[in-house]
Ligand binder design. Structure first.
Ligand code: GDP
Length: 296
């Protein structure tokens, strides 16, 4: 896993610094530059890395380092705290309550793993005793309804969609209404994607959101998109009120740094991450373990 490699580079940089006889500004800068390179390689956005570097310089007191304290530990702690801060938007996302109807709308580009993630999210809650339901409002991609239907059937989760209807807003509204009547407590609306950020997609997202009034909009992001993460997340945030992020494909060569960009762009927390194609390859995202792993 590449995260471990990143940890390796950071550990090496810290080791090099702590073995220096005198820790002066030059040694600290060299160490921070090394860490910066590691984070950039892991797809953390340049601006975020630069901000982190500035903050660490403000926090780390060179006199403390010179006084023989555990230098490595001081810097490591500062980096840890900064990365945690970058993943914490300062407010929690809306959390649906079991037994009370919530509508959750998923948005993201085509191929991000949106449809798969909708089922994973439904399945995760179903296992905990919820009554989830899936609505396929993706009328753009041929085969989207079949995919959702197949996933939902496998997990025994009720679903709604249409082969004939081409209006995603109509399907979304009908599906949400039906499952509200059936007392489902977690109504998940899967939406269309596009291969790239397009005005038509964002307009469609705006309309579906306006019509279904979701309690939570989740932005799904492929962790391998690299430096594109910030702009992509921001584009969705500007059209609908994204309240949480799910990062997919963390099992691949993903470097994970895009998660930091998505949080910065949407001002929303990452709540889950996907680690495979299967329904149960889905984990709750926790900031501290994620950062620990990042630091090796
Ligand atoms: P959508 O176009 O955004 O709805 O994307 P899909 O849900 O169809 O997913 C696109 C591809 O990514 C499919 O082959 C999924 O099986 C795969 N996929 C989704 N999430 C993950 C994940 O966490 N890990 C891996 N390895 N593959 C995933």
């Amino acid at each position: 896993m590449v995260l471990a490699e990143l940890g390796g580079s950071i550990s090496r940089a810290l080791q090099q610094m702590s073995s220096a006889t005198v820790i002066d500004e030059k040694v600290l800068n060299e160490c921070l530059n090394e860490i910066t390179r590691a984070l950039l390689q892991s797809d953390v956005q340049f601006k975020l890395v630069r901000d982190m570097q500035t903050n660490i310089k403000k926090i780390v007191n060179l006199d403390d380092l010179a006084a023989g304290h555990n230098k490595r530990k001081i810097i490591q702690q500062a980096i840890f705290n900064e990365l945690c801060k970058m993943l914490d938007p300062g407010k929690p996302s809306f959390v649906p309550k079991k037994g009370k109807t919530s509508v959750v709308m998923f948005v993201g580009l085509q191929g991000s793993g949106k449809t798969t993630t909708c089922t994973k999210y439904a399945y995760y809650h179903q296992k905990k005793g919820w009554k989830p339901a899936l609505v396929c409002a993706d009328t753009f991609r041929a085969g989207a309804f079949d995919q959702l239907k197949q996933n939902a059937t496998k997990a025994k989760i009720p679903f709604y969609g249409s082969y004939m209807e081409s209006d995603p807003v109509k399907i979304a509204v009908e599906g949400v209404e039906r499952f509200k009547k059936e007392n489902c407590d977690l109504i998940i609306v899967d939406t269309s994607g596009r291969h790239k950020q397009e005005a038509a997609l964002f307009e469609e997202m705006r309309q579906v959101s306006e019509a279904t009034k979701p309690d939570l909009v989740i932005f799904v992001m492929d962790s391998s998109i690299g430096q594109a993460a910030f702009d992509q997340a921001l584009a969705f945030k500007q059209s609908v009120s994204v309240g949480a992020v799910i990062v997919t494909k963390m099992d691949g060569h993903a470097k994970g740094g895009g998660a930091l960009s998505a949080v910065a762009a949407t001002k929303s927390p990452v709540i889950f991450f996907g680690t495979g194609e299967h329904m149960d390859e889905f984990e709750v995202f926790d900031v501290k373990p994620f950062v620990s792993r990042l630091l090796g």
